[in-house]
Write a protein that binds this ligand. Structure first.
Ligand code: CMP
Length: 384
């Protein structure tokens, strides 16, 4: 089929909207999503069934055919997503090739690429029993449809330093417990504690509470070490659970409502933008609901975002004045423009819905839509 040059971006835009955008609004995207979800589930079920000798003997060929069909569809999906990458609002400033390369390295696209690998492995190692099991990795494709899972991924990335500290603490406790037990009972129970690797296995089992019961300490000192190890184990596991739990709660609270087109279009600052620019904004704005009395910005802190009030109201308290801002107003722009610390403390007067624009997105937006930059700068100058 001959594709006219000007019709390609339109087609690309349409495919992008269906694959990446407005999932909840458009019937076409919803249908495509559901087909892909069902295919992933059926494919994983087929991979599991294939490991049962009876089923493999009777339906092996059909299962194989089904798998190839799924791979074909997933490959088409992958190519389509890569092809439409230049339509992505956050990749718009790159060349088409640059946008595609960047898009290919996003976590979800890496998962999509991994989902295609099993076929290659199966073709390279046709007699391997392990290669077909790699099909199970396709289950991860469902991550795309679970915003909470994406949240968890981002959270682990955000908290990586704290989590790394937990791993170091855990390893330290493990080594200490193993060394103490090896020193105290290594000679009495050489089978279980005679060398460090064995003693470390004992310590790991005690810390994780997966057992270790089959090795009972025989000396009083050994029993004390075992008891302390169990207690430290509980602490070692409670720590990362608490870190992830708290972060999860905060992330979920931050996205308590879905940013809609109408919500963005109603903000006076954006009211003169065209539909496409507003659609771009919908994608980059985060939603956050804060209860009355919450301090949203603290004077002197580093600025990392600007806020728009979707509903509710806040009070801005600077050294010289107290000002109220209401629905439609924005704040937090001064620190982003001047790169100086926050000039005032901003507190919610009542339960307030905020649209949050991260600093990077803000600077990009000002770059792309200079009239917004001019308005924001004028307001900031007046406030200063
Ligand atoms: P920023 O300095 O980033 O953080 C505090 C915010 O309070 C500031 O940006 C402005 O958005 C807002 N602000 C500061 N002074 C005033 C003022 N006089 N009137 C209204 N808003 C203000």
């Amino acid at each position: 089929m001959d594709v006219k040059p000007e019709s390609r971006p339109i087609l690309r835009q349409r495919v992008f909207q269906i694959l990446e955008h407005g999932r909840r609004r458009e019937p076409a995207s919803r249908v495509v999503d559901w087909i892909l979800i069902l295919l992933v589930l059926a494919n994983v079920a087929a991979a599991i069934a294939h490991t049962v000798p009876d089923i493999a003997a009777r339906h092996g060929d059909s299962l194989q055919l089904f798998d190839r069909l799924c791979v074909l569809i997933f490959a088409v999906e992958y190519v389509a997503r890569i092809w439409t990458a230049p339509e992505h609002p956050l990749l718009g400033q790159h060349s088409p090739l640059g946008a595609r390369l960047r898009f290919a390295t996003t976590p979800l696209m890496i998962i999509d690429a991994l989902a295609l690998l099993p076929l290659l492995l199966e073709l390279l190692f046709p007699y391997s029993a392990v290669a077909p099991l790699t099909r199970l990795v396709r289950f991860l494709k469902l991550a795309r449809y679970s915003p909470a899972l994406a949240t968890l991924g981002r959270l682990i990335a955000n908290e990586r330093r704290a989590l790394l500290a937990c791993v170091i603490i855990f390893t330290g406790v493990l080594l200490a417990a193993a060394a103490a037990m090896h020193a105290v009972e290594g000679k009495i129970q050489p089978e279980a504690l005679g060398d460090m690797p064995r003693a470390m296995w004992w310590a790991a089992s005690m810390l994780a509470k997966i057992g270790g019961g089959e090795i009972t300490p025989l000396t009083p000192l050994g029993r004390i070490i075992a008891a302390v190890t169990v207690m430290l184990g509980i602490g070692c596991f409670a720590l990362p659970v608490a870190i992830i739990g708290r972060g999860f709660y905060e992330e979920i609270r931050r996205r308590d409502f879905v940013v809609t087109f109408a919500m963005v279009a109603r903000v006076p600052l954006f009211s003169r933008l065209d539909a496409a620019s507003i659609a771009d904004l919908v994608a980059i704005l985060r939603a956050r609901t804060v209860p009355a009395g919450t301090t949203i910005i603290r004077k002197g802190e580093r600025g990392n975002a600007m806020y728009l009030i979707a509903s509710g109201g806040v009070e801005v308290e600077s050294a010289i004045s107290k000002v109220r801002l209401e629905e439609g107003d924005f704040f937090g722009e001064m620190a982003l423009l001047s790169r100086e610390p926050r000039s005032a403390t901003v507190t919610a007067l009542r339960a307030t819905d905020l649209l949050v624009l991260d600093a990077d997105d803000f600077l990009r937006l000002v770059d792309r839509l200079p009239e917004i930059g001019t308005t924001v700068k004028a307001v900031a100058r007046e406030r200063a």
